[in-house]
Write a protein that binds this ligand. Structure first.
Ligand code: MEV
Length: 383
């Protein structure tokens, strides 16, 4: 049995605009997705998810990772999968990214990773020439680089960059080529992540990510932002209205295709995100809150808010430093940055929303159990 978990995330600034290369900031939240895998029956038997046969089309995130890390051509054993999620799905809290990151960690822990004195012999990362973004070639499914070496197993085989890049590749596949790495990087590394179109002074740079989207090539520089040590909380208000990210991202893309001058609004969101990130670096939470509220007004103008979100935003505003929708909008969740979490949560509940209180910037992907690994011994690729 291998058990892995990853947190959800809240975007403080820059959703939607980040898909077009503008900056964005997100924090990992306390609520997590936990996934357990164990082997079942013989190789080639149907996988089970929550005790029933796994249907690939219904679970594109799991299927995308299976193709990359657990391909049938490697004589992989069949799996029994169980998911325990404290995150509502399609609600803007990064449940798909958390599921993908946790599942990629579980599969990697269960299969292990070959390394030699030069480093990795297998795997995906921003530095390696292996490509997670396209359907893997036969024999290269797990990112084989060269032969030889010894095998790291369980926790020791996990790499946050690999979990993040795989989750980004899968999100891009599911969102028809339009996905930024803000969700995948935040939930994999935990803490607070800033994506920018440039290198940011005074911050730890992690890596670059590139993606060809239908609107052109994008490049994001991914940074780690120290989480401010302040007695401040995020209260999440869930409208309960299901809103898949892909649909909202596509809606914004169609709007921009029809009215290209509205790219100015995207650029303005980018400058608010830049100011918000500066305020966060300085630990000025009052200024962070003001930028969040300004960002919300721009998102509302883009048409990604909803009456249900506006209702919760209005209810929480009295008790907060800043309020905004979070994630792709259209439904899903809003967030309030506050020093009065109890009153804010009560105001959200009274207005008909469901509230969740979280600290800012919890830990990222984690292996909670790694008994009896590896699940099988992979052959060596003839690369
Ligand atoms: C979704 O959490 C954030 C969006 O900006 C989409 C993305 O960045 O891929 C709406």
């Amino acid at each position: 049995m291998v058990v892995a978990s990853a947190p959800g995330k809240c975007i403080l600034f820059g959703e939607h605009a980040v898909v077009y290369g503008e900056p964005a900031v997100a924090v990992a939240i306390d609520q997590r997705v936990t996934i357990s895998i164990k082997t079942h029956q013989k190789p080639g038997a149907t996988w089970k998810l929550e005790g029933v046969p796994f249907i690939a089309e219904k679970h594109p995130h799991l299927e995308g990772l299976r193709k990359r890390l657990w391909h049938l051509s490697e004589q992989t054993p069949s799996l029994d999968i169980a998911i325990n999620s404290k995150l509502p799905s399609a609600a803007g809290l990064g449940s798909s990214a958390a599921l993908s990151v946790a599942f990629s960690a579980a599969l990697r822990a269960a299969r292990g990773r070959r390394v030699d004195e030069k480093g990795w012999c297998e795997g995906f990362s921003s530095e390696l020439k292996t490509d997670p973004y396209n359907e893997p070639r036969r024999g290269h499914e797990a990112g084989f680089i060269r032969n030889g070496g010894r095998r790291l197993l369980g926790k020791d085989a996990i790499d946050e960059d690999e979990c993040a890049i795989l989750a980004h590749a899968i999100e891009a596949e599911v969102q028809k080529g339009r996905a930024s790495p803000i969700d995948s990087s935040t939930v994999s590394h935990g803490g607070c992540t800033l994506l920018s179109d440039d290198f940011e002074k005074g911050l730890d740079w992690r890596y670059s990510r590139q993606l060809s989207t239908p609107e052109g090539k994008r490049n994001w520089e991914v940074h780690d932002v120290p989480v401010p040590q302040d007695d401040v909380w995020l209260v999440i208000g869930n409208t309960g209205k299901y809103s898949p990210t892909g649909k909202m991202v596509e809606r914004v893309a169609s709007m921009l295709a029809a009215e290209p001058e509205r790219m100015n609004e995207i650029i303005t969101i980018g400058s608010i995100a830049r100011r918000g990130a500066d305020a966060l670096k300085k630990g000025n939470m009052e200024a962070v809150g003001i930028c969040m509220t300004e960002n919300h007004l721009l998102l509302r103008g883009l048409g990604v808010s909803s009456p249900e979100l506006e209702n919760l935003v209005k209810a929480a505003a009295n008790y907060s430093l800043g309020v905004k929708l979070t994630g792709s909008g259209g439904g899903g969740c809003m967030i309030a940055l506050t020093r009065e979490p109890k009153q804010t949560a009560e105001a959200i509940e009274l207005a008909g929303g469901r509230s969740i209180v979280t600290s800012l910037g919890t830990s990222g992907v984690r292996i909670d159990d790694d008994e009896n690994v590896p699940f099988w011994t992979p052959g060596v690729a003839d690369s």
